[in-house]
Unconditional design. Structure first.
Length: 399
């Protein structure tokens, strides 16, 4: 058995009528699994929600920014370090520095260049989203300031260009280390994602429905105007008990983060901080699609977390045969919990993984009773701390 550290999160979450993640027609996303149509929320949607949750869980110094407007972003950092540099000069310095550091072409978009005037100039942009950490931006700003006298000549020097690329490829933020980074024109500074997030699907068959709605004109005169609605429309929705899954390769996470995000901190701290933030962020986050329309602010009914030493295991096969609503009490949650409680020991025993994992459980309500005994039951705060402590100890032991 390999000596790895793999964090797994298995979540059952019930959402009422909602449209968390819609396709190009506005319909809730779906997928066929086990021969029936299921509600689906894409991995991208929940990764985005998790990243947004990091804003309240981590210091800004531990995070990155993903944007096409990377030259403008770097120019702002340049001017913070050296306010004497004018805005347009900072844009030019930033564009050349990013191009040298990443290989990506940075130029003013044609749509903006055609509309540009002397009084309203446009900053250059990348052709695709660029993901850089706060430390990388500060480091590149310092490089750009050094190049200010003749930026093109500066980066013709091989050592200067190499230094810029090193700055862009070290000091990764927590979100870059977890979710990875692809630079199409500079594959050598790509970052392999330490986290894998599955598309969430319903444990049962789910059909999309349509809501017909109207809006009333507040200024309508009931005596002289017609009594019809001021606006009519439709919005599609579904409701579901979702199985959500994510896994984190803690070893790769540590490699991506390097020795530490901050000076003079123990090696275990950045990894622990990242694991705790991902765990809490993934559990509590929710994609915001049509959230104002449906107000579907639910939290997970059940969370099972495993820390393995071998390989990640997605337990979705427990629901290949769709759950059916209980005829007496209704709903799908209890049967979903029963399925998981039965399937987990079966698959672990069949593959000799009975003693491979530490397991924790967070659950709410009587319908999750079947999960009793699968692991140590804790409330969220205690759960996050326990996982962080265990991960830190494993990282220390392997150092």
């Amino acid at each position: 058995m390999t000596n790895r550290t793999i964090l797994e999160l298995h979540i059952l979450q019930t959402v009422p009528p909602s449209n968390l993640n819609r396709d190009d027609t506005g319909s809730p996303k779906t997928a066929v699994y086990g021969g029936v149509r299921r509600a689906r929320v894409s991995s991208q949607a929940w990764k985005r929600a998790t990243r947004r949750a990091f804003d309240g869980l981590l210091d800004a110094r531990d995070l990155g920014v993903r944007t096409k407007r990377v030259a403008e972003l770097l120019a702002d950092r340049i001017r913070v370090h050296d306010p004497s540099i004018e805005e347009t000069q900072a844009w030019a310095l930033a564009a050349e520095t990013i191009q040298s550091a990443t290989g990506s072409k940075i130029e003013t978009p044609k749509r903006k260049a055609s509309a540009k005037t002397d009084a309203d100039q446009a900053a250059p942009e990348s052709k695709y989203l660029m993901f850089l950490s706060a430390r990388q931006l500060d480091g590149l700003a310092q490089v750009a300031i050094e190049a200010r006298d003749d930026v093109k000549a500066y980066f013709k020097d091989k050592d200067n260009k190499t230094r810029a690329r090193q700055v862009a490829n070290t000091g990764h933020s927590v979100d870059i280390a977890l979710f990875g980074r692809m630079v199409a024109d500079g594959a050598d500074i790509n970052v392999d994602a330490a986290a894998q997030v599955a598309h969430a699907i319903s444990v049962h068959q789910a059909d999309n429905e349509s809501d017909y709605y109207t809006a009333v004109d507040d200024r309508k005169n009931r005596e002289t105007d017609d009594l019809g609605a001021g606006m009519i429309g439709t919005v599609e929705f579904n409701s579901a008990t979702l199985y959500r899954y994510a896994a984190v390769d803690v070893d790769l996470l540590g490699k991506n983060l390097g020795k530490g995000l901050r000076e003079d901190e123990p090696l275990t701290d950045p990894v622990r901080r990242a694991v705790e933030a991902f765990t809490e962020g993934f559990i509590t986050s929710l994609p915001t699609g049509k959230l104002n329309t449906f107000g579907n602010h639910t939290l997970p009914d059940a969370v099972i977390i495993k820390l393995r030493s071998s390989r990640p295991i997605n337990l979705v096969a427990a629901f290949e045969q769709p759950c059916r609503a209980d005829q007496e009490i209704g709903g799908h949650l209890r049967q979903a919990c029963e399925r998981l409680a039965a399937y987990i020991p079966q698959v672990e025993h069949a593959y000799g993984l009975d003693d491979d994992a530490r397991t924790w459980v967070l659950r709410v309500g009587a319908n999750t009773d079947p999960l009793t005994g699968l692991g140590t039951e804790l409330a969220l705060g205690e759960l996050i701390d326990a996982i962080g402590t265990e991960v830190a100890q494993r990282v220390k032991d392997q150092a």
